[in-house]
Each structure stands twice: as structure tokens, then as C-alpha cells.
Design a protein around this ligand. Structure first.
Ligand SMILES: [Zn+2]
Length: 123
């Protein structure tokens, strides 16, 4: 297969990398949609935003090298930032770093930003 346009994405033997990056991006976009409301509600609150990004990042893993080429997408740079700074600074394994909180409104125990029962924000 001969590529007509020789741009930086079509370097030789990058097919595997490209496939990996494409799949990672698709999964990330899907999760971004899934967590859209949480991300929007977090707004400029870094702590809350990182909490949502952490849940996405834990599911998709580190961005493959080529995925970093689309760092202009906020979600990609947020996940990269998470792995470079937040996770790197926290040596605790993710399964034990989950901090549970009990919703005052309905009494449900939660680990996310929002109550899974009544959607109240963590307080
Ligand atoms: Zn609740």
C-alpha cells in the first residue's frame, strides 16, 4: 500500500503504533462522552477534574506515543498530565487509593465525584 501523502503520521513501520493510538483515542472519546457531565460540572476545579480524569485514565491506560500527537484535544493532554504528574506523584496502587465517601443526602457509599444513587456532588 503506497501512501500518496507523506505526512508525519505515515512513517514506515508505524502501522502498529497507529493502530494502538487509534484504538486508544476511540476508547478515550467514548469515555469522555460517558463522563461529559462530570467533567463539565468539575469546571475549573482541578481536584474534581483530576478525579474524573483518573477514572478515565485508569480504564484507557497511558496515551500511546502517537496519541500524544493530538494533544490539542483537552482530554488527551489531561490524561497525559495525569500520568506524568498526578499518578507519578502518588505511588499508592490505584485499588487502595480509592477514597470512599458517604452521601449525606441518601447515605450511599461512593468513590466518584457524584453520588451514584442521587447524583449529588461529593461533599
Ligand atoms: Zn446520594
Amino acid at each position: 500500500m503506497e501512501a500518496l501523502h507523506d505526512n508525519s503520521w505515515h512513517v514506515k513501520s508505524a502501522d502498529e503504533d497507529m493502530k494502538e493510538a487509534t484504538e486508544w483515542l476511540q476508547k478515550t472519546e467514548q469515555l469522555e462522552k460517558q463522563y461529559r457531565e462530570e467533567l463539565a460540572a468539575a469546571g475549573n476545579d482541578e481536584q474534581k477534574k483530576i478525579e474524573v480524569v483518573r477514572r478515565i485514565a485508569d480504564q484507557v491506560g497511558m496515551p500511546p506515543r502517537l496519541a500524544l500527537g493530538v494533544m490539542n484535544r483537552p482530554i488527551v493532554s489531561m490524561i497525559n498530565h495525569y500520568y506524568m504528574h498526578v499518578k507519578a506523584a502518588d505511588p499508592t496502587p490505584s485499588q487502595s487509593s480509592v477514597s470512599l465517601w458517604t452521601c449525606k443526602t441518601c447515605g450511599t457509599e461512593n468513590e466518584g465525584v457524584f453520588c451514584k444513587e442521587c447524583r449529588a456532588m461529593r461533599h
